[in-house]
Write a protein that binds this ligand. Structure first.
Ligand SMILES: *Cc1c(COP(=O)(O)O)cnc(C)c1O
Length: 396
């Protein structure tokens, strides 16, 4: 494939060359949404306004009537959630060693200390068997992640948190539409945060939401979201605390409203595509496929593990060879405690073997609602082709 192909991974479909480049994630935006955005732009009111309120009301409905507050990102919403829960300097927050950096970074940003717990190899979620051993007198909260859109065992999680008197801040960034035993993630629980980044199952371009119950905590979250500004009883404006600035725009809300209407259809399509991956790759014992398990999975990502110890090439070379075949492959994620920041903070380096193994071996294959069945076929034959030429002692 021509080298310029490598430098332009987002070449539009139909560009010169054989098959269009297939990224590992791509949002599906329809013409109605594009028209709705144009209407906002023409309306004269483009920042937080009526559409943001409408989007928040639609989210609240989606989450069974709980309060839903939008933010400019899940990262901002997670930070607000920690502040609302009163987490600060001197506190510890228990979180999985396998997630996106934001999950742990927000804990540091409010002055607290992340305490990493290993994940389960199968579910990639925090190993609840190991959580209690990590609780100390300083622990204030547990911050679990519904990894790749697979729900954490909510019954066990909340049983532990309840018994030990801990707040729960769920990083549900990847879990829009995920259910646990038939209940939507976000429709129950403590403080729950979603992301609407373009790679997620629905998008507002950038954006996120915090779902919660307590009106007092919603009011506090609002202060953190918008400069700490409050209106006094007499109608004056006053500032209560040094809040941030992370309110969603009506342009973003217009995108979100269009996406939320299609979320269930998006997720149904993702489940079908994941099933096709299992059907096509299941027979190939070389790859360790993600755990298929439960029906509530929203298949935000499909991330098998590479059999690196039996391969003659490393993961970067695998990704390069897939790229050569016009297919985008991601890495989600390196283990958190092995990132430079957490190394520097003194986190033990060989302490969470399953997170470390996932961090070394994981690859994210393309999976998004706009994919055709033939795209999955194409990915699977490219994977087989690349692996076939790269297995030690294999047929290469
Ligand atoms: C995407 C993501 C975030 C951050 O979301 P933003 O909206 O980009 O801030 C946090 N945690 C996890 C697990 C994510 O996947």
């Amino acid at each position: 494939m021509a080298p310029d192909r490598l430098q332009k991974p987002l070449a539009p479909p139909g560009a010169a060359g054989a098959e269009p480049y297939l990224p590992f994630a791509r949002p599906s935006l329809d013409e109605d949404t594009i028209a709705a955005v144009a209407d906002v732009l023409r309306s004269g009111w483009i920042t937080t306004g009526p559409l943001t309120r409408q989007f928040e009301a639609a989210l609240s409905d989606y989450f069974g009537g709980r309060t839903a507050m939008t933010f400019t990102s899940a990262t901002a919403a997670l930070e607000a959630a920690l502040l609302v829960a009163g987490v600060g300097p001197g506190d510890e927050v228990i979180t999985p060693a396998m997630s996106f950096a934001a999950t742990a970074n927000v804990i540091l940003r409010v002055g607290a200390k992340p305490v990493f717990v290993d994940v389960e190899l199968a579910s990639r979620n925090i190993d609840l068997d190991r959580v209690e051993a990590a609780i100390t007198s300083r622990t204030r909260a547990i911050l679990p992640v519904h990894f790749a859109g697979r729900a954490v065992d909510m019954d066990r999680l909340y049983e532990i948190a309840g018994r030990r008197g801990l707040r729960v801040i769920e990083d549900a960034a990847q879990a829009m539409g995920t259910t646990w035993r038939g209940r939507r993630i976000g429709a129950c629980g403590d403080l729950v945060v979603f992301s609407f980044h373009p790679n997620k199952n629905m998008t507002t371009i950038e954006g996120g939401a915090l779902v919660l119950d307590s009106p007092a905590e919603a009011k506090l979250a609002e202060l953190h979201r918008f400069h700490g500004i409050q209106r006094t009883a007499s109608g004056d404006i006053d500032v209560e605390l040094a809040g941030g600035k992370s309110n969603l725009t009506d342009v973003a809300a217009a995108v979100g409203l269009g996406q939320l209407r299609r979320l269930e259809a998006f997720n149904a399509r993702r489940r079908d595509l994941a099933a096709l991956y299992f059907a096509r790759l299941g027979a190939d014992a070389a790859l360790a496929l993600p755990d298929r398990n439960d029906a509530g999975h929203n298949w935000h990502m499909f991330n098998p593990l590479l059999p690196l110890d039996r391969m003659t090439i490393d993961r970067n070379e695998f990704i390069r060879r897939m790229h050569e075949r016009g297919i985008g492959v991601g890495i989600h994620y390196p283990a958190l405690h092995q990132l430079a920041l957490y190394r520097r903070l003194g986190h033990a380096q060989h302490s969470h073997p399953d997170a470390e193994r996932i961090g070394r071996e994981t690859v994210t294959l393309p999976l998004f609602a706009g994919m055709a069945d033939s795209d999955v076929e194409r990915v699977c034959s490219a994977v087989r082709d690349v692996l076939c030429g790269a297995m030690s002692g294999g047929a290469g």
